[in-house]
Design a protein around this ligand. Sequence first.
Ligand SMILES: *Cc1c(COP(=O)(O)O)cnc(C)c1O
Length: 477
Amino acid sequence: MKNYHLSPSQFREEGKKIIDWIADYYENIEKYPVLSQVEPGEVIEKLPNNPPQKAESFESIMKDMDEIIMPGITHWQSPNFYAYFPSNTSFPSILGDLVSSGLGVQGMIWATSPAATELETRVLDWLAEMMDMPEKFKSTSSGGGVIQDTASTSALTAVIAARERATKLESNKSGVRQKLVAYVSSQTHSSLEKAIKMAGIGSDNLRTIDVDATFAMRPDLLEEQIQGDKSNGFLPFFVCATIGTTSSNGMDPIRKIGEICNNQNCWLHVDAAMAGTAMLCPEFRHFKDGVELADSYCFNPHKWMFTNFDCDVFWVGNRSELINTFSILPEYLKNKATESGAVFDYRDWHVQLGRRFRALKLWFVIRQYGVEGLQYHIRKHVEMARDFARWVDASSDFELMVDPPLNLVCFRHKSDDEFNLKLMNAVNESGKAFFTHTKMNGRIALRMSIGQTHTEERHVKQTWELIQNTAKKLSLL
Ligand SMILES: *Cc1c(COP(=O)(O)O)cnc(C)c1O
């Protein structure tokens, strides 16, 4: 019978070439401009208007990959990528992801591939152990972990579970929901506001708590706001605390916030999307002090833990609350294993039904690096950030905005905002490095986020020189 499929032997041949292509890419990555230099519409113009009627060769696909796609790539895996937050990866992760694609498993429930569920359970228990998380987050206790696509989805999941707790699973009855109020800080990631909107809580019912000089939420103001809302007839139900805020890596005081939440019967979600990876190292764990008071916690191995996007770890202290919120059992998914109650069906732990076998890439990464290897590289990143901060502090033209708690340095040139933005754009347009900015206390701050897999001291040093030299040139203009 005629068919258009690639045979396994053709796949073997083409696949090996693509592995070589990826290895070449990493060997040459520093030759590309870090920030893509294309203009809007430049890539789409080079792509044919119509799809191919006839089958094309892999050779022609890869030729277009090199000529059309690569110029439009911003090189997130470049050692000179310091923008936003890292979204790093590593070879074991790439290979684990490839194996997952190869198996093409859809792990929505235990029965659709037992290993996909059980490996995920085990690996997330390992991670809880590796980060000294409270016992309740483990599957062997009352809670457990599940892999979500992003921290945004974890936030939505937490808000919805909290809503169901507060309304005793009756949130669909009228009159209950409009009284619910949630709390974040002025530095909390925007995904929380989005979650509050999506969960039907209403943006009006989201309170923003002010921060202190280190950009950490002020628990005294949180308590005051909760008391005020209660006396006005509202029902406080949810607080999000952050370990490592997006703008400046602010560290909310988890214990104090947790005590307030426990007293006030609020769900505490801890968002540690980027900084969470640092919990691999005992010397950084003071940032999570009090985490046993949290109901849920998430961090993204796809940011700083050498694991391909997407991979967010979401832990809860009480899995029944999650399952009671999200489980639904249509006839066509009924099966013995589910009915026995002896297995986890992860589709009951989140919004989506279908799910990829993402635990594989995590398993590959943890096994190939070992806990020691992961700790080594995280410590290196933090050391490099501290070196960079020292150089900034010692310079007469630049200043630190705040002492960097981990791997993000917020700094500025001592001249005005306009100059700082000009400086950033000039460095980025040079293609030699890419970094971004934020606003802190109303002023522009430059952000040097150090966490790419292959970033070494020499890269950070060269980038500091580039920033200084560019500033000198610009001030002579
Ligand atoms: C990056 C980040 C997010 C959003 O992450 P996604 O996984 O892309 O949704 C949320 N919170 C914090 C603190 C972050 O750093």
